[in-house]
Design a protein around this ligand. Structure first.
Ligand SMILES: [Fe+2]
Length: 317
């Protein structure tokens, strides 16, 4: 064997906006990346919150998951079965589960995923874009009085929400089927409204469509406050919008973003695959951790390790 090494192609990071989003070039994703390439990808991810890779058509379920292992431990969705008995979850237009509400993935459990890795398999001829928002930037732009207010709040998140009001145009049978699977276990988790990011130290707003109410407030006061903070998350300056092509991969820091799948491709098929990487239990500005209210523990899914299960029962000291 030759002792010379082939120089890896340079990894380039091109920002899409001032606050969020970058395209990363020079990386062929898979389970065999050099450690310095993994470091470059992770750095770009933490800095830009969501990063995009074009032309990753070579990926399949196995190499998608193998790449995920370079960022952490893949975890199964707590209630929705994975595609083909692997960690990869199908995000398909025909399952009634279009994510056209602003949300952070799986916040109804305490240690919700740190990263999500989404791969485009079938893309409609038009529409079907995804938007992401930087929840650290949304917090940072708040006036000091509102940051202080948010710092002291906690909110209850649940996977059992009003699906009909969120998806008024969905077929009732599709909606009911999705609801039955998605809420086969009903979770209630209390999180701080402001989380201290475990890697960057940034303060981020932790809200999204799984929020039921702000702890200790009436429904009306709670809704007004959630809307107030959520409106900063949804401001266009804090967002980036991605127009998918087949073979694209998006990776986002699920601890510092919300996202929204735009439901505007009529009846055209849209099929993506998602691998999520285990996160840790959030900690608020006051040092208090998130707590699982019910059930007593995150049950084991039909396959693999559940998101949130690894840390939920034994929070770090
Ligand atoms: Fe999502």
């Amino acid at each position: 064997m030759s002792s010379t090494t082939t120089a890896a192609p340079a990894v380039t990071v091109q920002k899409l906006g001032g606050r969020i989003g970058a395209v990363v070039s020079g990386v062929r994703l898979g389970g065999d990346l050099a450690p310095e390439t993994v470091t470059a990808v992770r750095d770009a991810l933490l800095a830009n919150k969501v990063i995009f890779f074009r032309g990753q058509d070579h990926l399949d379920e196995e190499s998608h998951e193998a790449f995920g292992r370079l960022l952490g431990t893949p975890v199964a969705h707590p209630t929705v079965p994975s595609a083909d008995g692997r960690y990869s979850l199908g995000i398909d237009s025909d399952h009634g589960g279009r994510a056209n509400q602003w949300h952070t993935d799986v916040t109804f459990v305490p240690a919700y995923p740190a990263f999500s890795i989404l791969r485009a398999v079938v893309i409609p001829p038009y529409g079907g874009n995804t938007l992401w928002s930087n929840t650290a930037a949304a917090y940072a732009e708040l006036p000091e009085q509102l940051r202080t207010l948010a710092d002291g709040l906690r909110a209850v998140h649940s996977n059992d929400y009003d699906y009909v009001s969120v998806r008024p145009n969905a077929l009732p049978e599709a909606l009911e089927q999705y609801r039955e699977v998605f809420t086969s276990t009903k979770f209630l988790t209390e999180h701080p409204v402001v989380r201290v990011h475990p890697e960057t130290g940034e303060r981020v707003l932790l809200l999204g469509n799984f929020v039921q109410r702000v702890s200790g407030l009436t429904g009306r006061d709670s809704r007004a406050l959630v809307d107030l903070f959520q409106s900063h998350i949804e401001r266009p300056e804090n967002t980036v919008r991605w127009d998918w092509q087949v073979g694209d991969v998006a990776i986002w820091d699920n601890r510092a973003t919300q996202h929204y799948g735009v439901d505007d491709s009529d009846t055209h098929e849209r099929k993506l695959r998602r691998v999520t990487i285990d996160g840790d239990v959030p900690v608020g500005v006051d040092g208090r951790s998130s707590t699982l209210i019910s059930p007593e523990a995150v049950p084991d899914p039909s396959f693999g390790i559940a998101s949130g299960a690894s840390n939920a029962e034994a929070p770090a000291a």
